[in-house]
Every structure is written in C-alpha cells, then in structure tokens.
Design a protein around this ligand. Structure first.
Ligand code: ADP
Ligand code: ZN
Length: 747
C-alpha cells in the first residue's frame, strides 16, 4: 500500500519531489508514478500527458484504491520507483478533471471484473483528447422554405429539429433525425438551410421538465410519485419498474427524469439498442421539448467529444446511451434508468467483460442516487433482488388506455404441419390473410437472418461449416453466399458438394427470414412486405425510416428478426406470428427458457397496442413446454418462480455466484493443456465448486479453441479473491488467453 492514501496529492514541500500516480488507458496492473512539476499544480482527476517508453500517453492523475471493499482490493505488487528515476508529467490537458465519483467507479469495475484498471479507464477516455470543440458551421432553417423544395419524410424530420431556432451541425442533425448526412446536404443544396458559425458552447438544448407532462392515473401515478420521491431524496435506491408492454413504463420514468431535472441534476438512460430508438427520441422530444444527448458507438468523433464535455460541464442534462455511457464523466448525475433491463446486450463480452445493468446499480450506490430497472419481463436476478427486498418493486399491471393484452394461441405444428418445404402452418396463413383483409398489419417473427441455417449435401450428408468456428454456415440467398454469423467468413455458395463433388445436391435445411419472405410472397402476392433485419436495414436511419413506413400504414406484412422486438409502437399491428417458438430452447443453457420467454413476450407485445385487439400465434412442436404454457397463460410470474426453484438447490445464479474462465488458444492441444492445469489447481472448500474444464459454448471461435471452467460459490462467498489466487497459480504461456467472465449470462 502506498504511504499516503489521501485522494489528492500532498501539498508541495520545499525540496521534496512530488510524486503522482498516473493511470494510463493500457493493460497495466495499476497506475505508474510520475514526477509532478509544481508549476502544473496537479490534482487527482487531472487529465495529463506523460512519457512512456519513447511515446507520449494520455492518462489521469489517480489516487490509491484504499476505498475498495477488502474482497475486491488487489494486493500491491511492485515496490515504488526510486524518486531519482521518476519521469515528469509533460502537460495537463485543458479538459475537465475526471470526477472522484467516476474514478472510484472505474476502480470498482476493474476490481469486480478482474480487469486492469487502465482498460476500464480506457472506456471513459474513448474520445480524441486533442480534437477540437469549435465546429466549423451549423445550419438554420430558411423560413419560409423555398417553394420549389420537394418535401420528404426525412427532410421533414431535419427541418423539425431546427424549428426551435438553434443552429445544429450536419452530424448532429443527421444523428438526431436518424437520417444520413446526405439528407442535410440535400436540404442545403435546395436552399432550405443557411449556414451560421456554431459556438463551442451549448450544443444541447435544455430539456423542459414542464413542457408537456402526461396525465397519470392509478398505478401509473403511484409508481411515478414513488420514483420522483426517491429522486428528490437524492440517496441510493434501486427500483424495479415492471409493467406489461404498453403499460406506460416509459411515460413514468420520464417523470422521474423530470423530477431529476427539477433538482438540477443529470439523468442517464441506458437503452439496449440506442441506434434503433428513433421512436424513443421522438417521445422524449414531445415530453421535454428538446432532444437528449446521445451516446453510442456510431456517433461521430465530434458528437462524442461534445457529449463527453457536456456531461462533464453539466450542459448535457439528459444522456441516452448504450452501455458505455455509464463511463461518461457526469458532474452531477442524479438518476440512472436501465430500460429493458433483461436484455443481454447490456453485457459486454469483449475487453472488459461487464454487465452494464449491474454496474449501473453499482455506480448509483457508490455515488448515492436512485437507479431504476425497467422491463415487462425482468431478469430472474432482478426479480429475486426485488423479492428479497434489495430492490423496491413497482408494478403496472395493465396496458394504458384500456388496450387489452394480446391473446396468445399455440399452434401445434404436429397437428397442422406446414406443406412440404414450407414453414407456415395453413392456419397461420389463414390468420394472416384475414388480418390483411381487415386492412390491419401482421408480423412474422423468426430470430434467424439469411435464407437457411444449414446447407446439407443430400448425397453424402456433408454439412457446410465455418472453417474458423463451431458453427454452420448460413445461406444468404440474395447475395448468393454462405456466411458465418460468428466471424467474418463468407464464401460463394458452391454448385457441387465440396466433399463428394455431386453437382446440385446441396440443399437448404430450415428457415431463415429470407426463406419465410419467399413463402409469404407466394401466399400473399399483393401484400406490401417489409423485411426488418440487420441485413436489410443498413443502420439507424434506415431502421427509423422502416418504422415510420409501418406507422404510416405503407406496409401490410412485416417479417423480421429480433429487431422487431425492440419496444416499437405499431398502432395498426394486430397479428404477430412466431414462426419457430421453440428456437432457442435447444442446447444446455440453463438460461434458455428465461431468454425465450422474454423475447417472445416482447415480440408479442408489439401487437394490439391501440384500439384493435392483438393476437399472437406461436408455432411450436412442443406446446406442452413450460415456456409455451406460460406464454399461453400470460403468466410470466409463475414461470419465473419455477425457474427460480430450479436454480436454488444447485446455487445457480442468482442464488449463488458464478464466474467463468475461458481459455483460448490457436490449437486445441494448448487450450486443453492450460485448461487441465487450471483444473488441477482448482480452488476447493465449503460452498465452492468448479465445473469443467469443458469445451466453451462455441468450442472454436474465429480460429481459437476455447475451453471453459465455471467457478460457482454460495452467495456469501466472493469469487474475486478466489479467482485472483487461482489465476496466479497458472502461467498460461504465449498466445494463450485467459478471459475472466464474472456473472456469465449463459451457463
Ligand atoms: P411501455 O413503456 O410500458 O411499453 P409506454 O410508456 O410506451 O409503455 O406507453 C404505451 C403507450 O401509451 C404510449 O403510446 C404512451 O404514450 C401511451 N401512454 C401511456 N400512459 C399514458 C398516459 N398516462 N397518458 C397518455 N398516454 C399514455
Ligand atoms: Zn466463423
């Protein structure tokens, strides 16, 4: 432990050499000491440049980790460098210092996930340190618009953003409107925009908490009042806001945001797929009068920097973002909302492996403010936390405005099988026809991109597999290729079987949405069909456009992958057909049932959100399965209780703690060898168990052979100290990676 655990470096003494620890965004075990020139007057949190080898690196003046709980604190390893050998900090950058609250969070996440703290820091410094904040120009709308201007929905969206008279840059407009930069340029070329110099100052409008509040009744009002009160209390609390799809959860947490703004504090909303949230943005704007600040991996360099600075100086008062937004340097954060908290995309699976939902709770607890987890189908972890009284539980039992929950029907495919080579049961086809006949919209859901998941040789039985992964190649017929959905591998669809060389004997097995689309076109030649998948929708702009088209009723039948399950509000959609409800239940993952019910409930929740009642038809070969029965009864709760009972005896999460060691190497022998060494040195003791080594769920991924060991402990035993000791016992050797996954989401 360093001598001085105080957060700020000591006051300079005459003659004494000032030493400051500087954490670099690199995979070192901790900060390095540097000499602090007194002229820089450095304080903890300052962003500085320092020499490292013969390079210059940007880092942050750090303090010791004395604030971590003993389970998480790693023992100090190296002795301090002699004062005479210290190199000096080069400069202090003209950026706001990282708040103590964020530094503590970085240390905590690093310790919890067993990641080098610098790699967690890297997530907060993900911006160009030396970029400029003075943008060249912005745009204002010309009023009235030129008479010759041809109006399109995309153009309209851009112009609507400029209505409040605030100039905005091209990238800002394009990302806020969910259109391409070309749309903005087109408007400018058409004389509908004029350019002005943009100041570096406030790119973010001030959300107005009283712009247009909703009228809430009953359970909605009770829930909103409770949330607003905890925001005003301003201390840590965790709440699960559970309510069926369409019950007004968004409406209610927006009230909590309003209360937070009224307190003069910032709010952060984490959404699972921020790039797909055009409708959410529109609702925010209607409620608060302006767009929130946005943070995700696809925003441009400049927007990134502005949002980063805006969170640091407080001008970005509401940020909506992907999981990495948790690491922004908010100066006055007072509320975090995690919408669709059960979504597995909150788990980052590479680099620092962490679950943003859980870390949101940690961040709120460390800083002392409320966090709200929102879902129609909460994860078992969160439900158990609510039942145990660790989280408050607010429930909205019914849809807003008297809209009924969709009626669910199970279609037993053994009784009414699809025609040969087809995948839609005649009953479902009839149902769709009737729906379209009433001028209502229908949707077919299948969580599988491409044409067919397997290509098989009818002569020799050869299966087309990825050369780099344990995975079948998926046919994409439109592009005439086979492609791996786990790596970048793509190859042309061969004419002959590569194994037995028979011409024309390769056959597509099973459906992907391309194939379902083909079948639907045959049944409904006149229907206007829209396919929604990441292959057909290039990005957020195209997705927003597709959603608008559906809302404008320019589409009759929507066919999509899980993109369609994302909380969209489609008022004219009354029938949702799930092509393969059993998909996802195969395999050994203990979580399969939970995940399937969450996904199918979300998809079904798209139906009947307005006046016309909705129907959900599940095609299944296993209608007796508990997941199907729970969906049929609409009884999510009993299903989750059964799941809980299955996990409790074996101390599976959330009743115990789990961590995975994933060992990967270019050849199987190295992977096996290192995995066996971990197996031999496995920790043991009361309440501690190690499972494996066994092949990891994707045994070969991108050419690397993967083995997994699972460490399971009782809840009262922390896994981190055990893992640290275990990892220290095995030196894996060159080219062999050992990834630690705390709280893995499949097991
Ligand atoms: P959820 O987030 O639970 O799916 P939403 O907040 O999206 O539910 O609400 C569903 C629909 O009902 C939305 O169109 C929303 O604007 C509307 N709505 C919900 N509550 C109210 C309310 N109190 N007043 C007016 N509209 C409401
Ligand atoms: Zn592959």
């Amino acid at each position: 432990m360093p001598d001085d655990p105080a957060p700020a470096p000591p006051v300079p003494e005459a003659g004494a050499i000032q030493r400051v620890p500087v954490l670099l965004p690199l995979p070192f075990p901790g900060p390095f000491d540097y000499k602090a020139p007194p002229s820089l007057a450095l304080a903890a949190g300052d962003i500085v440049t320092v020499p490292l080898g013969n390079r210059r690196e940007t880092g942050v003046v750090w303090e010791s980790t004395a604030t971590l709980p003993p389970d998480l604190a790693a023992p100090e390893t190296s002795a301090p460098v002699a004062a005479s050998r210290l190199r000096a900090v080069t400069a202090r950058l003209d950026l706001p210092p990282l708040p103590a609250e964020l530094r503590r969070f970085v240390d905590w996440v690093a310790a919890y996930t067993l990641s080098p703290p610098g790699m967690v820091l890297a997530m907060t410094l993900r911006l160009h340190m030396h970029g400029t904040t003075t943008p060249a120009t912005g745009w204002l709308a010309v009023t009235p618009p030129p008479e010759t201007l041809r109006m399109t929905p995309a153009r309209q969206k851009v112009l609507a953003l400029l209505e409040d008279g605030t100039a905005r840059s091209t990238t800002d407009l394009a990302s806020a409107a969910g259109v391409s930069a070309g749309v903005v340029k087109g408007l400018a070329d058409a004389g509908a925009l004029r350019t002005v110099q943009l100041g570096p100052e406030r790119p973010f409008g001030r959300p107005d908490a009283s712009h247009s509040p909703p009228t809430l009744h009953g359970a909605q009002e009770t829930a909103a009042r409770a949330l607003c009160q905890s925001v005003r209390d301003g201390c840590f609390s965790a709440t699960l806001l559970e309510g069926v799809t369409g019950s007004g959860k968004t409406e209610i947490y927006q009230e909590a945001i309003a209360a937070c703004l009224a307190e003069g504090r910032q709010a952060l909303v984490l959404l699972p797929e921020i790039a797909l949230s055009a409708q959410w943005m529109g609702r925010f704007k209607r409620r608060f009068g302006v767009q929130p600040a946005i943070w995700h991996s696809e925003i441009g360099q400049r927007a990134r920097r502005l949002t980063w600075l805006g969170t640091a100086d407080g001008s970005a008062s509401v940020v909506v973002g992907a999981r990495s937004a948790l690491f922004l340097p908010f100066c006055n954060l007072g509320l975090i909302i995690v919408d669709e908290e059960h979504e597995s995309v909150f788990k980052q699976e590479e680099g620092v492996i962490y679950n943003a939902r859980d870390m949101a709770v940690v961040r709120a607890r460390l800083a002392g403010f409320p966090v709200v987890l929102v879902s129609a189908t909460p994860s078992l972890e969160t439900l158990v936390n609510a039942q145990a009284g660790r989280y408050r539980h607010l429930v909205l039992p019914t849809r807003h405005g008297g809209a009924a929950m969709p009626e669910t029907h199970l279609l037993d495919l053994r009784d009414t099988p699809p025609a040969r080579g087809q995948f839609l049961s005649p009953l479902l086809v009839e149902d769709i026809a009737a729906t379209l006949g009433r001028q209502e919209q229908a949707m077919l859901f299948l969580n599988r991109r491409g044409y067919a998941p397997l290509t098989l040789c009818r002569t020799c039985g050869h299966r087309m597999e990825c050369p780099h992964c344990t995975a079948w190649l998926v046919e994409h017929r439109a592009r005439r290729v086979l492609s791996c959905h786990y790596c970048d591998h793509t190859e042309p669809l061969p004419d002959a079987c590569p194994s037995c060389k028979t011409e024309g004997s390769l056959t597509a097995i099973g459906p992907g949405i391309e194939r379902i689309t083909e079948e639907a076109r045959m049944h409904f030649p006149d229907a206007r069909i829209l396919v929604m998948s990441s292959d057909t929708l290039g990005g957020p702009a195209a997705t927003a456009e597709a959603v608008e088209k559906i809302a404008r009723r320019e589409v009759d039948l929507i066919i999509g992958t899980q993109i369609v399950a994302k909380g969209w509000h489609f008022p004219h959609l009354t029938l949702v057909g799930v092509v393969d409800a059993d998909l996802g239940l195969g395999g050994a993952d203990l979580r399969a049932g939970e995940r399937t019910i969450q996904l199918l409930h979300q998809v079904g929740g798209r139906a009947g959100r307005a006046e016309a009642p909705g129907r959900v038809v599940l095609q299944s070969y296993t209608p007796e399965h508990p997941v199907m029965q729970a969906l049929l009864e609409g009884d999510f709760q009993s299903f989750m209780e059964q799941e809980a009972e299955q996990r409790r005896p074996g101390f599976w999460p959330p009743y115990g703690r789990l961590a995975a060691l994933v060992i990967s190497a270019e050849n199987a022998r190295d992977a096996d060898d290192v995995a066996a060494r971990f197996g031999r040195t496995a920790p043991y003791g009361e309440g501690i168990q190690v499972l494996g080594p066994a092949p990891a769920p994707l045994a070969v991924l991108r050419g690397r052979h993967r083995r997994r060991l699972l460490l399971r402990t009782q809840r009262t035993i922390a896994v981190q100290p055990i893992l640290r000791r275990w990892l220290a016992m095995v030196a894996p050797g060159r080219g062999i990676r050992v990834d630690v996954d705390i709280d893995p989401i499949s097991f």
